[in-house]
Design a protein around this ligand. Sequence first.
Ligand SMILES: *[C@@H]1O[C@H](CO)[C@@H](O)[C@H](O)[C@H]1NC(C)=O
Ligand SMILES: *[C@@H]1O[C@H](CO)[C@@H](O)[C@H](O)[C@H]1NC(C)=O
Ligand SMILES: *[C@@H]1O[C@H](CO)[C@@H](O)[C@H](O)[C@H]1NC(C)=O
Ligand SMILES: *[C@@H]1O[C@H](CO)[C@@H](O)[C@H](O)[C@H]1NC(C)=O
Ligand SMILES: *[C@@H]1O[C@H](CO)[C@@H](O)[C@H](O)[C@H]1NC(C)=O
Length: 503
Amino acid sequence: MLFSLVLIIVTFGAIRCVVANRLPLLPQTFRESSSVLRVSEPYNVGLLSPLSSSLSSLSDREWTILSHPLHPKHNVRVKKSNICNDTAIGYTGYIDIGARHLFFYFFESRNDPDTDDVIFWTNGGPGGSSAIGLFFENGPCRIIDEDGPKFHPESWNTNANIFFVDQPVGTGFSYAEFGETVYTSEDAAVDVAAFVSVFFDNFSQFKGRSFHMAGESYGGRYLPLFASAVYDQNAVRIRAGLPPINLTSVIIGNGVMDAYKTILSYYDIQCTPASVEPFVNITACVNMKNIVGRCERWMKKACFDHFDFIDCSTAYNFCESATTAPFYHTGRNPFDISLPCHGEVFDSLCYPETVHIQNYLNNQANRAMLGVDKGFTGNWTSFNLLINTHFDSVGDILHPTTDHVAALLERGIRVLIFAGVYDLICNHVGTERWALAMEWSGKEAFVGAEMKEWLVDGKKAGLTRSAKGLTYATVDAAGHMVPYNKPKEALEMIQRWLAKEKL
Ligand SMILES: *[C@@H]1O[C@H](CO)[C@@H](O)[C@H](O)[C@H]1NC(C)=O
Ligand SMILES: *[C@@H]1O[C@H](CO)[C@@H](O)[C@H](O)[C@H]1NC(C)=O
Ligand SMILES: *[C@@H]1O[C@H](CO)[C@@H](O)[C@H](O)[C@H]1NC(C)=O
Ligand SMILES: *[C@@H]1O[C@H](CO)[C@@H](O)[C@H](O)[C@H]1NC(C)=O
Ligand SMILES: *[C@@H]1O[C@H](CO)[C@@H](O)[C@H](O)[C@H]1NC(C)=O
C-alpha cells in the first residue's frame, strides 16, 4: 500500500488538495411558474404539467426542469429529497449540459430561507465529491457511523441556504454519456456560472440575494475562476435585462491558489515547528532544503519567466515528489499530520469514517431517493483518481489563481482564506506566503495589518489578519477539513463573515 501510494504520488504528483466541494438549491415562490416544467419520472425525461408556485412544493418523485434563454445548452433538474432522514429540508438535482450531468444537493437555511444568504460549496481534488463536504464537514447531517445521516448542529445552513455540487463531470454522482469530459477549471467554470444564473432566475425568491462561493483544497483553483465567471457574466445578464448575481464573497479553506508555494512549504511543515515539531529526520530535511532552493529557481524560470508546459510540469512534478516522498514514510495522514493515515488515501482519504458515506451512497434505495440517474452505473467514490490525472495531464494546477483573487478584491468581492494548521497538503505556511505576496491595491494595508488571535467562547481559535476585504485566518488543531475537526469554530467564522463582522 505504501509502495503504491508513493508510486502514485511520483507518477501523477496527484494527492494535492483533495476533497470538499458542492452545491444546493431551494424553495419558495416561482414567479415564472407557468414556464416551469415537470418531468414525469426522475429517470425518464418527458414534459408534464406546469409546476406550482413554491420550491417547497417540488415533488419528491418527479423532476422539475428549468431552462434559460441565456444558457440554451444548460438545463437544471430538481426535486425534493430526504437526504438527511427527516432532519433537514433538502433537494437534489442535475445540471444537464447535453451529455454532461452535474449532481447537486441543496438545503434551505435553518433560520430564514427567504432572507438568508446563499452559499455554493465545492470540494476539491480535482475529482473530490462534495458529498464529503456535506456528510463529513459542514452539511445539515453527517454520516460518520453505520447508522446513517444524523443531525449536525454546526451545519453551515444554520443561517444560510447552501449548495453542494459534484463537479466537474466524473466526480461523485456527476457523469457523462458518450465519454464527454471536462478537464480544466476554466471549462468547469462555464457550467457553474450557467447553473448559478438558472438558479437565481428561476427560484425568484433568491433574486438579488447575497451569494458566496465557498470550498476547500483544489477549490483554491476552482473558486477564483468560478467567481470571476459569475462576476463577468453579470455584464451579459444586465445587457439581457436580467438582474446581476449578487456575488459578495469567496471563501476558501486550505486552498491551492498557488501550487508552487504550496509544495515548497511542505518543507516547513515537515522540518520546522511551523505546525507540529519537525517529524522527518535531519538527513531528509537537509536534502529537502537544498531541493526547495533549487526548485524555487527552477519553477520560476520554467513556469513564470517564460511558461513552457513541458519544462514547467517536469519541474513541478519533480519538486512535488521530492517534497512529499519523505512524508509517505511517516504513515501520517497528509490532511492531518497529527494523525496516522487510516486506509488508502485515495479511497478513505485516511479517515475511517468515510466508508460509511460510501456505503450510504452506494445503497440502491438511498440512490433512488436522491434521484441518481440510472445512467450512472458506477460506484460512488469520494475521490475520482481518473479525473485527477486528467487535470494533471493538461497542467491545470500549473496556473495559480492569484490574479483572479486580486481582480475580485479590486471589484469589492470580499475574500476569506482560512487554513487548519495540521494540514500538509494545502498548508497554512504556503497559504500565508501566497496571501502576503499577492499584488493588489490592498497589499500594503494587508501586509501591514497585525496578525491577531481570534476567539470563540473566549478561547483562541487561531490567528487572523485582515485588510481591504481580504481576511486570512488559521484554525488551531484542525486539519485540511476544518469543519470536520472544528465544527463550532468553523461555523462561528462563517457566521461572522456573512455578517461582515471581524473574526
Ligand atoms: C427561468 O428563468 C428564465 C429567465 O428569467 C426564464 O426565461 C425561464 O422561462 C424561467 N423558467 C424556466 C422553467 O425555465
Ligand atoms: C432514519 O432514522 C431512523 C431513526 O431515527 C432509523 O431507524 C432509520 O434507519 C434511518 N434511515 C436511514 C436510511 O438512515
Ligand atoms: C446584495 O446583498 C447585500 C447584502 O449582503 C444587499 O445589501 C444588497 O442590496 C444586495 N444587492 C442587490 C443588487 O440586490
Ligand atoms: C531518514 O528518512 C528518510 C526518508 O524517510 C529515510 O529514507 C531514511 O532511511 C531515514 N534515515 C534514517 C537514518 O532513519
Ligand atoms: C463497486 O463496488 C463493489 C463492491 O466494492 C465492487 O464489487 C464492484 O466491482 C464495484 N463496481 C464498479 C463498477 O467499480
